[in-house]
Design a binder for this molecule. Structure first.
Ligand SMILES: Cc1cc2nc3c(=O)[nH]c(=O)nc-3n(C[C@H](O)[C@H](O)[C@H](O)COP(=O)(O)OP(=O)(O)OC[C@H]3O[C@@H](n4cnc5c(N)ncnc54)[C@H](O)[C@@H]3O)c2cc1C
Length: 304
Protein backbone atom coordinates (compact mmCIF):
# COMPACT_ATOMS: atom_id res chain seq x y z
CA UNK A 1 0.00 0.00 0.00
CA UNK A 2 1.36 3.45 -0.86
CA UNK A 3 1.69 6.18 1.74
CA UNK A 4 -1.18 8.07 0.12
CA UNK A 5 -3.63 5.18 0.16
CA UNK A 6 -2.57 4.43 3.71
CA UNK A 7 -3.36 7.98 4.82
CA UNK A 8 -6.65 8.02 2.86
CA UNK A 9 -7.73 4.79 4.52
CA UNK A 10 -6.87 6.03 7.99
CA UNK A 11 -7.89 9.70 7.80
CA UNK A 12 -10.51 9.87 5.04
CA UNK A 13 -11.39 13.44 4.08
CA UNK A 14 -9.06 14.88 6.73
CA UNK A 15 -6.22 14.00 4.37
CA UNK A 16 -5.29 15.10 0.85
CA UNK A 17 -2.08 15.04 -1.13
CA UNK A 18 -0.54 17.60 -3.47
CA UNK A 19 -2.66 20.38 -2.02
CA UNK A 20 -2.15 23.88 -3.43
CA UNK A 21 -0.76 25.96 -0.60
CA UNK A 22 -1.63 29.18 -2.41
CA UNK A 23 -5.16 28.63 -1.06
CA UNK A 24 -3.78 28.80 2.48
CA UNK A 25 -1.55 31.88 2.41
CA UNK A 26 -2.64 35.50 2.36
CA UNK A 27 -0.09 36.03 -0.46
CA UNK A 28 -2.10 33.51 -2.53
CA UNK A 29 1.24 32.00 -3.53
CA UNK A 30 3.16 28.80 -3.17
CA UNK A 31 3.55 25.28 -4.50
CA UNK A 32 1.97 22.14 -3.15
CA UNK A 33 1.98 20.38 0.20
CA UNK A 34 3.12 16.79 -0.29
CA UNK A 35 0.72 15.59 2.43
CA UNK A 36 -1.97 17.84 3.88
CA UNK A 37 -3.96 17.04 7.01
CA UNK A 38 -6.82 18.96 8.56
CA UNK A 39 -7.12 17.52 12.06
CA UNK A 40 -10.75 17.41 13.18
CA UNK A 41 -10.00 17.17 16.88
CA UNK A 42 -7.25 16.41 19.33
CA UNK A 43 -7.72 12.67 19.08
CA UNK A 44 -7.20 12.81 15.31
CA UNK A 45 -4.31 15.25 15.68
CA UNK A 46 -2.51 12.71 17.87
CA UNK A 47 -3.19 9.95 15.34
CA UNK A 48 -1.85 12.08 12.50
CA UNK A 49 1.27 12.97 14.48
CA UNK A 50 1.83 9.35 15.35
CA UNK A 51 1.62 8.30 11.68
CA UNK A 52 3.80 11.06 10.28
CA UNK A 53 6.38 10.68 13.03
CA UNK A 54 6.59 6.95 12.43
CA UNK A 55 7.48 7.70 8.82
CA UNK A 56 9.96 10.42 9.70
CA UNK A 57 8.07 13.09 7.73
CA UNK A 58 8.79 16.74 8.24
CA UNK A 59 5.90 18.54 10.02
CA UNK A 60 4.72 22.08 9.25
CA UNK A 61 1.94 23.66 11.31
CA UNK A 62 -0.26 26.15 9.55
CA UNK A 63 -2.49 28.74 11.18
CA UNK A 64 -4.47 31.22 9.07
CA UNK A 65 -1.46 31.75 6.76
CA UNK A 66 -1.43 35.52 7.25
CA UNK A 67 2.29 35.56 8.04
CA UNK A 68 3.56 32.78 5.80
CA UNK A 69 5.07 32.72 2.33
CA UNK A 70 5.21 29.23 0.85
CA UNK A 71 7.91 28.69 -1.75
CA UNK A 72 7.00 27.77 -5.36
CA UNK A 73 8.51 24.31 -4.98
CA UNK A 74 6.05 23.46 -2.24
CA UNK A 75 6.51 21.85 1.14
CA UNK A 76 7.83 18.31 1.62
CA UNK A 77 6.29 16.14 4.33
CA UNK A 78 3.12 16.86 6.27
CA UNK A 79 1.41 20.22 6.51
CA UNK A 80 -1.07 20.16 9.37
CA UNK A 81 -3.92 22.58 9.87
CA UNK A 82 -6.17 22.52 12.91
CA UNK A 83 -9.84 21.97 12.07
CA UNK A 84 -13.30 22.62 13.46
CA UNK A 85 -12.86 21.49 17.04
CA UNK A 86 -9.94 23.86 17.50
CA UNK A 87 -12.05 26.88 16.70
CA UNK A 88 -14.10 27.97 19.72
CA UNK A 89 -14.34 30.57 22.46
CA UNK A 90 -15.62 30.17 26.01
CA UNK A 91 -15.57 32.07 29.29
CA UNK A 92 -13.42 30.46 31.97
CA UNK A 93 -13.83 33.08 34.63
CA UNK A 94 -15.46 36.50 34.47
CA UNK A 95 -12.60 38.18 32.59
CA UNK A 96 -10.77 35.13 31.22
CA UNK A 97 -11.54 33.65 27.80
CA UNK A 98 -10.34 30.33 26.47
CA UNK A 99 -9.99 30.03 22.69
CA UNK A 100 -9.02 27.14 20.45
CA UNK A 101 -5.77 27.66 18.54
CA UNK A 102 -7.52 27.80 15.16
CA UNK A 103 -9.92 30.55 16.27
CA UNK A 104 -9.43 33.75 14.33
CA UNK A 105 -8.14 36.61 16.48
CA UNK A 106 -10.99 38.89 15.44
CA UNK A 107 -13.49 36.28 16.70
CA UNK A 108 -11.79 36.37 20.10
CA UNK A 109 -12.04 40.18 20.07
CA UNK A 110 -15.73 40.05 19.16
CA UNK A 111 -16.48 37.41 21.76
CA UNK A 112 -14.69 39.49 24.38
CA UNK A 113 -16.75 42.53 23.38
CA UNK A 114 -20.01 40.53 23.55
CA UNK A 115 -19.07 39.51 27.10
CA UNK A 116 -17.99 43.01 28.20
CA UNK A 117 -14.31 42.04 28.41
CA UNK A 118 -12.04 44.87 27.32
CA UNK A 119 -8.35 45.18 26.46
CA UNK A 120 -8.56 42.50 23.75
CA UNK A 121 -9.77 44.95 21.10
CA UNK A 122 -6.37 44.94 19.34
CA UNK A 123 -7.00 41.33 18.29
CA UNK A 124 -9.64 42.61 15.85
CA UNK A 125 -6.78 44.15 13.82
CA UNK A 126 -4.75 40.96 13.42
CA UNK A 127 -5.93 38.71 10.62
CA UNK A 128 -4.45 35.46 11.98
CA UNK A 129 -5.40 32.66 14.34
CA UNK A 130 -4.73 32.28 18.07
CA UNK A 131 -1.89 29.77 17.50
CA UNK A 132 -0.10 32.00 14.99
CA UNK A 133 -0.61 35.09 17.15
CA UNK A 134 1.08 33.43 20.14
CA UNK A 135 4.04 32.15 18.11
CA UNK A 136 4.49 35.63 16.60
CA UNK A 137 3.66 37.52 19.83
CA UNK A 138 1.45 39.54 17.53
CA UNK A 139 0.25 42.95 18.48
CA UNK A 140 -0.51 46.51 17.53
CA UNK A 141 -1.34 49.86 19.09
CA UNK A 142 0.66 49.32 22.30
CA UNK A 143 -0.71 45.87 23.02
CA UNK A 144 0.46 42.37 22.20
CA UNK A 145 -0.15 38.74 23.12
CA UNK A 146 2.41 38.76 25.96
CA UNK A 147 0.25 41.30 27.83
CA UNK A 148 -3.00 39.32 27.69
CA UNK A 149 -2.02 35.64 27.60
CA UNK A 150 -2.63 33.68 30.81
CA UNK A 151 -1.52 30.26 29.59
CA UNK A 152 -1.50 27.97 26.60
CA UNK A 153 -2.08 24.28 26.10
CA UNK A 154 0.03 22.47 23.54
CA UNK A 155 0.82 19.01 22.34
CA UNK A 156 4.44 17.96 21.97
CA UNK A 157 5.26 16.57 18.53
CA UNK A 158 8.04 14.43 20.00
CA UNK A 159 6.03 12.36 22.50
CA UNK A 160 2.40 13.46 21.97
CA UNK A 161 2.03 14.60 25.59
CA UNK A 162 -0.16 17.57 26.50
CA UNK A 163 1.38 20.44 28.37
CA UNK A 164 0.02 23.66 29.87
CA UNK A 165 2.47 26.57 29.97
CA UNK A 166 1.81 29.68 31.99
CA UNK A 167 2.56 32.99 30.38
CA UNK A 168 5.10 33.90 33.06
CA UNK A 169 7.18 30.91 31.97
CA UNK A 170 7.37 32.08 28.38
CA UNK A 171 9.95 34.57 27.21
CA UNK A 172 8.25 36.96 24.82
CA UNK A 173 10.09 39.34 22.57
CA UNK A 174 9.11 41.56 19.67
CA UNK A 175 7.30 39.27 17.19
CA UNK A 176 8.49 36.05 18.76
CA UNK A 177 8.85 33.84 21.82
CA UNK A 178 11.23 31.20 23.14
CA UNK A 179 8.60 28.46 22.75
CA UNK A 180 10.23 25.33 21.37
CA UNK A 181 9.46 24.23 17.83
CA UNK A 182 8.25 20.92 19.25
CA UNK A 183 4.93 22.44 20.37
CA UNK A 184 1.62 22.58 18.58
CA UNK A 185 -0.57 25.04 20.42
CA UNK A 186 -4.12 23.75 20.76
CA UNK A 187 -5.75 26.40 22.95
CA UNK A 188 -5.00 29.46 25.04
CA UNK A 189 -6.47 31.55 27.84
CA UNK A 190 -6.54 35.33 27.65
CA UNK A 191 -7.27 37.80 30.42
CA UNK A 192 -9.01 41.07 29.73
CA UNK A 193 -10.69 43.65 31.94
CA UNK A 194 -14.40 44.00 32.64
CA UNK A 195 -15.59 47.14 30.85
CA UNK A 196 -18.70 48.78 29.54
CA UNK A 197 -19.66 47.19 26.22
CA UNK A 198 -20.17 50.52 24.45
CA UNK A 199 -16.66 51.57 25.50
CA UNK A 200 -15.17 48.36 24.10
CA UNK A 201 -17.14 48.73 20.87
CA UNK A 202 -15.91 52.28 20.39
CA UNK A 203 -12.27 51.35 21.07
CA UNK A 204 -12.48 48.39 18.70
CA UNK A 205 -13.98 50.39 15.84
CA UNK A 206 -11.44 53.18 16.39
CA UNK A 207 -8.56 50.71 16.12
CA UNK A 208 -10.04 49.12 12.98
CA UNK A 209 -10.45 52.56 11.39
CA UNK A 210 -6.91 53.58 12.36
CA UNK A 211 -5.58 50.42 10.78
CA UNK A 212 -7.59 50.90 7.57
CA UNK A 213 -6.25 54.43 7.32
CA UNK A 214 -2.56 53.52 7.77
CA UNK A 215 -2.32 50.13 6.07
CA UNK A 216 -3.53 48.73 2.77
CA UNK A 217 -6.40 46.26 2.73
CA UNK A 218 -7.95 43.94 0.12
CA UNK A 219 -4.55 43.01 -1.26
CA UNK A 220 -2.51 39.81 -1.38
CA UNK A 221 0.03 40.39 1.38
CA UNK A 222 1.22 38.99 4.70
CA UNK A 223 1.44 42.38 6.39
CA UNK A 224 4.79 43.67 7.62
CA UNK A 225 7.59 41.90 5.81
CA UNK A 226 10.45 42.97 8.08
CA UNK A 227 10.60 43.63 11.82
CA UNK A 228 11.18 47.19 12.97
CA UNK A 229 14.70 47.77 14.33
CA UNK A 230 13.20 49.86 17.16
CA UNK A 231 10.50 52.50 17.72
CA UNK A 232 12.53 55.20 15.98
CA UNK A 233 13.86 52.98 13.21
CA UNK A 234 10.84 51.38 11.66
CA UNK A 235 11.41 49.04 8.74
CA UNK A 236 9.22 51.16 6.43
CA UNK A 237 11.32 54.25 7.22
CA UNK A 238 14.56 52.45 6.32
CA UNK A 239 13.02 51.09 3.12
CA UNK A 240 11.87 54.57 2.09
CA UNK A 241 15.10 56.27 3.15
CA UNK A 242 17.08 53.77 1.07
CA UNK A 243 14.98 54.50 -2.00
CA UNK A 244 13.59 50.97 -2.29
CA UNK A 245 9.91 51.78 -1.96
CA UNK A 246 9.30 51.54 -5.70
CA UNK A 247 11.32 48.35 -6.22
CA UNK A 248 9.52 45.44 -7.88
CA UNK A 249 10.23 41.94 -9.16
CA UNK A 250 7.75 40.61 -11.71
CA UNK A 251 4.35 41.10 -10.15
CA UNK A 252 5.80 41.38 -6.65
CA UNK A 253 5.52 45.01 -5.61
CA UNK A 254 5.78 47.17 -2.52
CA UNK A 255 2.51 48.71 -1.35
CA UNK A 256 2.43 52.44 -2.13
CA UNK A 257 0.44 52.91 1.10
CA UNK A 258 2.88 51.13 3.43
CA UNK A 259 6.31 50.23 2.11
CA UNK A 260 6.90 47.37 4.57
CA UNK A 261 3.92 45.55 3.01
CA UNK A 262 5.04 43.44 0.02
CA UNK A 263 2.26 42.48 -2.34
CA UNK A 264 1.43 39.84 -4.93
CA UNK A 265 -0.03 42.27 -7.45
CA UNK A 266 -1.48 39.70 -9.82
CA UNK A 267 0.63 36.85 -11.04
CA UNK A 268 3.74 37.04 -8.90
CA UNK A 269 5.63 33.88 -8.02
CA UNK A 270 6.82 33.25 -4.47
CA UNK A 271 10.35 33.59 -5.82
CA UNK A 272 9.50 37.14 -6.98
CA UNK A 273 8.52 38.08 -3.43
CA UNK A 274 11.67 36.41 -2.07
CA UNK A 275 13.87 38.14 -4.66
CA UNK A 276 12.26 41.48 -3.80
CA UNK A 277 12.89 40.82 -0.10
CA UNK A 278 16.58 40.09 -0.75
CA UNK A 279 16.98 43.10 -3.03
CA UNK A 280 15.47 45.46 -0.43
CA UNK A 281 17.46 43.90 2.42
CA UNK A 282 20.73 44.38 0.52
CA UNK A 283 19.97 47.95 -0.46
CA UNK A 284 18.90 48.95 3.06
CA UNK A 285 22.10 47.44 4.45
CA UNK A 286 24.21 49.22 1.83
CA UNK A 287 22.54 52.60 2.48
CA UNK A 288 21.98 52.51 6.26
CA UNK A 289 24.12 49.69 7.68
CA UNK A 290 20.96 48.18 9.22
CA UNK A 291 20.31 44.48 8.81
CA UNK A 292 16.55 44.03 8.37
CA UNK A 293 15.20 40.81 9.88
CA UNK A 294 12.20 39.03 8.41
CA UNK A 295 8.89 39.12 10.26
CA UNK A 296 7.14 36.84 7.77
CA UNK A 297 7.99 33.15 7.74
CA UNK A 298 9.24 31.62 4.50
CA UNK A 299 8.57 27.91 4.28
CA UNK A 300 9.28 25.25 1.66
CA UNK A 301 11.81 23.83 -0.73
CA UNK A 302 14.41 26.22 -2.10
CA UNK A 303 15.02 26.71 -5.85
CA UNK A 304 17.55 24.22 -7.16
C1 LIG B 1 -3.11 42.70 6.30
C2 LIG B 1 -2.28 42.16 7.43
C3 LIG B 1 -2.10 42.93 8.58
C4 LIG B 1 -1.34 42.43 9.64
N1 LIG B 1 -1.20 43.20 10.78
C5 LIG B 1 -0.50 42.73 11.82
C6 LIG B 1 -0.38 43.51 13.03
O1 LIG B 1 -0.91 44.57 13.16
N2 LIG B 1 0.37 42.99 14.02
C7 LIG B 1 0.97 41.77 13.94
O2 LIG B 1 1.64 41.35 14.90
N3 LIG B 1 0.87 41.01 12.81
C8 LIG B 1 0.14 41.46 11.76
N4 LIG B 1 0.03 40.69 10.62
C9 LIG B 1 0.75 39.41 10.52
C10 LIG B 1 -0.07 38.17 10.93
O3 LIG B 1 -1.46 38.41 10.85
C11 LIG B 1 0.27 37.71 12.35
O4 LIG B 1 1.62 37.35 12.44
C12 LIG B 1 -0.62 36.53 12.79
O5 LIG B 1 -0.60 36.40 14.18
C13 LIG B 1 -0.21 35.21 12.14
O6 LIG B 1 -1.19 34.25 12.48
P1 LIG B 1 -1.55 33.06 11.48
O7 LIG B 1 -2.50 32.16 12.19
O8 LIG B 1 -1.99 33.60 10.19
O9 LIG B 1 -0.13 32.37 11.38
P2 LIG B 1 0.55 31.58 10.16
O10 LIG B 1 1.02 32.54 9.13
O11 LIG B 1 -0.33 30.48 9.71
O12 LIG B 1 1.81 30.96 10.93
C14 LIG B 1 2.77 31.80 11.55
C15 LIG B 1 3.70 30.93 12.41
O13 LIG B 1 2.98 30.39 13.51
C16 LIG B 1 3.08 28.96 13.52
N5 LIG B 1 1.79 28.44 14.03
C17 LIG B 1 0.55 28.75 13.61
N6 LIG B 1 -0.37 28.10 14.35
C18 LIG B 1 0.32 27.34 15.23
C19 LIG B 1 -0.06 26.43 16.28
N7 LIG B 1 -1.33 26.15 16.54
N8 LIG B 1 0.92 25.84 17.00
C20 LIG B 1 2.23 26.10 16.74
N9 LIG B 1 2.65 26.93 15.77
C21 LIG B 1 1.71 27.55 15.03
C22 LIG B 1 3.35 28.58 12.07
O14 LIG B 1 3.99 27.31 12.00
C23 LIG B 1 4.26 29.73 11.64
O15 LIG B 1 5.57 29.51 12.10
C24 LIG B 1 -0.73 41.16 9.55
C25 LIG B 1 -0.94 40.39 8.39
C26 LIG B 1 -1.71 40.87 7.35
C27 LIG B 1 -1.96 40.00 6.17
Amino acid sequence: MTLNSNFIKKFGDSFSNNVKLSNYSWFKLGGKAEFFFKAKDIHQLKEILEEVRKRGLNITILGAGSNTLFRDNGVKGAVIKLGKDFSYTKIINKDIIEAGAATLDRKVANYAKDNCIGNLEFLSCIPGSVGGAIIMNSGCYDNDISKVLVSLTAIKKSNLSLIEIKSENIEFFYRGTNLPNDLIIISAKFKGQIRDQAEIELKQSNLIEKKKFSQPSQIKTCGSTFKNINKDKKAWMLIKESGCDKFKEGDAIISPKHCNFFVNDGNAKSSDIEDLINKVKMKVYEKTGENLELEIKIIGEKKI
